[in-house]
Design a protein around this ligand. Structure first.
Ligand SMILES: [Zn+2]
Length: 288
């Protein structure tokens, strides 16, 4: 799949500026210095893109995975994994197609404990239902099965409505998704949250990497507990000085920064840019 969005434009001979559309944000604008297959960035959304002349390109085709979260019961959610594809031949209008491939139910199994129960669509031996237990096969004979991919974009417009009044009402899934700027798997997050409600505060503090670590990799680093989930305040939980927080909110921060801060504090040092970047940069807060 193509990694960069595309700037589609109509080539005009001798024109200094040409008009086109950014596939990431859908905005139309004029751009100078446009060349087929060159890279540039969108003045509207800031994303990097590849420039493609409408005259030179062949069929455009792309497909993506999208997660839609819905409430089944007060204590039960389903994450529906949709596969969407869109293709457009030259001179024709675009066609959109989608289907549901996997459903992941998140259900309470013990007090405070939630588990995921996946089902996949398999119409070939349908007796009562085409939905079979488990994920689709990850590999086919000829390669990887795109249908087995559960990581994707998240549909967020229905989230507050679906989660209201459930144990996930304050889970911050949409804020987390926005904060990580990436595709994600929603089910592990939703299963982890009722057990570790501190995830809500990590996301509110914009410690997205920490929420991600806890949800997807667990609370352990080299066999040691990473953070104290029983802690009553930030100092207890993260074992750092609250004034160190901006160091952990920088884009690109991670577990190593947390461990480094602890060592510095233990040795009686004040963290500064020299420790983190090898130069005397001051950290005054999160970057916007
Ligand atoms: Zn754009």
């Amino acid at each position: 799949m193509c990694c960069l969005p595309t700037f589609f434009y109509d080539y005009r001979k001798g024109a200094k500026r040409v008009r086109g559309v950014c596939s990431a944000c859908g905005q139309e604008f004029e751009l100078a210095g446009v060349r087929h297959n060159a890279e540039g960035s969108c003045p509207c959304c800031g994303r990097k893109f590849t420039m493609k002349s409408n005259q030179k390109r062949g069929r455009i085709w792309d497909r993506e995975t999208v997660s839609v979260v819905q409430r089944l019961r007060e204590n039960e959610l389903v994450v529906r994994i949709l596969k969407a594809s869109r293709w457009q031949a030259r001179g024709c209008s675009a066609e959109l197609d989608f289907y549901e491939e996997t459903r992941i139910v998140i259900r309470q199994t013990k007090p405070g404990k939630f588990d995921v129960f996946p089902y996949h669509y398999s119409p070939y031996d349908a007796v009562l239902t085409p939905w079979k237990t488990g994920y689709p096969p990850v590999m086919y004979l000829y390669g990887q099965n795109f249908n087995a991919e559960t990581c994707g974009y998240l549909y967020t417009r229905n989230l507050s409505r679906e989660l209201k009044g459930t144990p996930w009402q304050y889970c911050q899934l949409d804020a987390f998704y926005e904060g990580i700027h990436d595709q994600m798997e929603a089910a592990p997050y939703l299963a982890a949250y009722p057990e570790i409600p501190a995830i809500e505060f990590f996301v509110k503090l914009e410690l997205f990497w920490l929420a991600s670590q806890i949800v997807y990799r667990g609370n352990s680093k080299d066999g040691r507990q990473l953070i104290n989930l029983q802690g009553k305040n930030l100092r207890d939980v993260l074992q750092i000085d609250p004034s160190d927080l901006p160091w952990l909110q920088r884009p690109g921060s991670g577990v190593q920064d947390l461990l480094l801060l602890r060592i510095l504090r233990r040795e009686g040092h004040l963290p500064d840019g020299e420790f983190f970047f090898g130069s005397s940069v001051e950290c005054v807060g999160k970057e916007n």
